[in-house]
Design a protein around this ligand. Structure first.
Ligand code: OXD
Length: 316
């Protein structure tokens, strides 16, 4: 490390290249030296690397590197990057404001299902005045399954429950979330999504969760269910989704993450009338939330405590 106070931080993410982020961070950590990639300190040494995904041109990381701070909620793209030595801990950003944005997105999809938005739009396109055959079902009769009960998933699930939806949550290991019926393990997954009207994916991408949004899973949903993939493109079996939309098992899909980003122009998802594409914007870290989260890591590091929100402990 370059010294107790002059911690050097390499910012290698566009979202961190803002004056607002720098100002927030400097207000909390006045004694840090910030470098914006591709600018580096003359001797090439830095202590902290902030990135969501390592820039292509970043070569061997210096021995001075003490930890990597993931500038995003999901760190799979860093965890699988062989350029980060396994001795280096990786912590991720936790930003309540980002979690709030993702909650809004999930609530939007739940309300869209309640209002049967797809049918309404299709009727409108045909100038069809299709009268309701009764009152709308109440929120507590709409089943919402939330996959992933980490910081963001738990917040989404509990907020939707607070709004009055019937919420089932699933995670790999058992978690309790107020107002939410929770399940864990492989058998629990099937029970959690059984007859769900809305499926929200917020899982981290791992070997176990790859392709979890599969034909088998879609088959358990209620007919016409709405699906939102707010995790990673790798969670979704794309052919299975197109098949489920075709059969009507899935009524509509909101997709925010893709196997390849940006989504290629000739991808069939773009033109599908029942798919809404959002370009990875469900929750964007905010300057203040990101700076607070990084400052918490810096403070812990300086005191010799374990970093908060570790996704890989490293070996220091
Ligand atoms: C992510 C994020 O990790 O948007 O995908 O934060």
């Amino acid at each position: 490390m370059s010294g107790l106070f002059d911690l050097r931080i390499l910012l290698a993410d566009d979202l961190a290249f803002t004056d607002a982020f720098e100002a927030e961070l400097r207000a909390k950590e006045p004694d840090v030296d910030l470098y914006r990639w591709p600018s580096l300190p003359d001797d090439g040494h830095f202590d902290v690397l902030l990135a969501w995904c390592l820039p292509d041109g970043l070569g061997r990381l210096p021995d001075s590197l003490a930890f990597v701070f993931c500038f995003g909620a999901g760190a799979d793209q860093l965890l699988s990057d062989p350029r980060i030595p396994t001795r280096v801990p990786i912590a991720r950003l936790v930003d309540e404001n980002q979690a709030a944005q993702i909650t809004d997105y999930a609530a939007h999809v739940a309300f869209a299902r309640l209002l049967d938005q797809v049918t309404v739009k299709e009727d409108q396109a045909r100038a069809l005045w299709s009268e309701a055959d009764g009152p709308r079902r109440p929120r507590d009769q709409l089943r919402v399954a939330v996959l992933g009960l980490g910081h963001i998933g738990a917040r989404v699930a509990s907020e939707l429950a607070r709004l009055g939806f019937s919420v089932q949550g699933w995670s790999r290991s058992h978690k309790s979330v107020p107002g939410v019926e929770t399940f864990a393990g492989e058998d629990g997954l099937v029970t959690a999504v059984e007859a769900a009207d809305v499926l929200i994916n917020l899982l981290p991408l791992t070997a176990e969760t790859e392709d979890i949004l599969s034909q088998k899973l879609f088959a358990r949903l209620s007919s016409g269910a709405y699906v939102a993939n707010l995790g990673r493109g790798g969670h979704l079996d794309e052919a299975a989704l197109l098949g489920a939309l075709e059969s009507g098992r899935v009524g509509a899909a909101w997709l925010d993450a893709f196997r390849q980003e940006p989504l290629v122009p000739d991808h069939p998802f773009w033109s599908h009338p029942r798919i809404t594409i959002t370009p990875h914007l469900a929750g964007i870290p905010t300057a203040s939330g990101a700076a607070n989260s990084l400052a918490d890591c810096i403070d812990a590091f300086r005191r010799g405590f374990p970093l908060p929100n570790l996704v890989r402990p490293g070996r220091i």
